[in-house]
Design a protein around this ligand. Structure first.
Ligand SMILES: NC(=O)c1ccc[n+]([C@@H]2O[C@H](COP(=O)([O-])OP(=O)(O)OC[C@H]3O[C@@H](n4cnc5c(N)ncnc54)[C@H](OP(=O)(O)O)[C@@H]3O)[C@@H](O)[C@H]2O)c1
Length: 265
């Protein structure tokens, strides 16, 4: 199942379960989280997922989480930080599956590479473990987040199981991450974009965007999501507002003319 909008669960703390429950009620069928207590409450996501799955089949839900290395964690590391790296990844997956109350994930991402600007041996090691999860059926697809074009090219060079997903913060002023998206397009990788609204306040406030919204009888954020989709970006939203949840799920299709106008802004 390839979703058209993903509900993001970062920074919701004790509200996580109630908000994910609401998002599922409103119609979201794809959920993004991470096994990173510093920013996500994965057990809270699991509470809502368990309630949903009482009456619905597992296949109706797309569940994605992330392996976050020790560097991205606070003191609440959800695996043994002293264990060898491959065991950390294994323990992280096991705990994610327990938190979410499922026996497989639709997608597991590396939260961010250890190396910069290119990959390092640890990144390859983690990728190999993710590949083994796909082979064992515990994870349906794998990918990487917060990745630059160099790291992605290197990953494609070593991958035995190709990444299905890239998940990146998307700045309009950087061509909506065009260098990474170009590699994704050529390699058949699906690109998930986050912070589409918060990273681009100048776009949300833009007169041209507001004019399109006015003509369509919708809001500027809906136009931004629609424009992102026209570029092949699969958007994430972490809205906490029920009206915004409904708006963000609405599949607004822009005309070619509107896309061209917005592309020139
Ligand atoms: N891989 C990574 O490192 C990483 C990093 C950051 C985020 N993420 C993922 O991406 C998800 C989304 O994060 P984000 O950075 O895009 O920010 P976000 O948490 O989605 O925040 C979006 C902001 O836009 C507002 N908003 C959303 N829909 C709106 C609408 N229709 N009209 C008006 N305002 C609207 C929200 O306010 P309201 O609540 O009032 O609607 C909120 O203030 C996260 O939850 C997480 O799952 C991943």
């Amino acid at each position: 199942m390839i979703p058209t909008m993903i509900y993001g669960t970062a920074w919701k703390k004790q509200q996580t379960a109630a908000l994910v429950e609401k998002a599922l009620e409103v119609g979201f069928r794809a959920i993004d989280t991470a096994n990173q207590p510093k920013h996500y409450h994965e057990p809270g996501v699991g509470e809502a997922v368990r309630a949903y799955l009482k009456t619905r089949p597992r296949e109706s839900l797309f569940l994605q989480t992330k392996f976050t290395s020790v560097d991205g964690q606070d003191e609440r590391v959800p695996y043994n930080p002293k264990a060898p790296l491959i065991d950390q990844v294994e323990q992280s997956l096991k705990s994610s599956l327990e938190h979410l109350g499922v026996d497989y994930l639709d997608s597991l991402l590396i939260h961010g590479p250890c190396g910069h600007p290119g990959l390092v041996e640890e990144d390859v090691e983690v990728w190999r473990v993710l590949e083994s999860f796909v082979a064992s059926g515990r994870v349906r697809s794998i990918g990487i987040s917060n990745v630059n074009y160099l790291q992605l090219e290197e990953l494609l060079g070593i991958a035995r199981v190709k990444p299905t997903w890239v998940q990146n913060r998307c700045f309009a002023m950087r061509g909506w991450d065009d260098t990474v998206r170009k590699i994704c397009r050529e390699a058949g990788i699906l690109y998930q974009g986050f912070s589409l609204l918060t990273a681009n306040p100048e776009v949300v406030m833009n007169t041209g965007v507001r004019q399109v919204a006015g003509k369509r009888g919708c809001t500027a954020p809906e136009v931004v999501f629609a424009y992102a989709r026209s570029l092949g970006i699969l958007p994430l939203t972490g809205t906490t507002d029920e009206t915004h949840m409904r708006q963000d799920l609405t599949p607004l299709l822009l005309s070619e003319e509107e896309i061209q106008t917005l592309g020139c802004l």
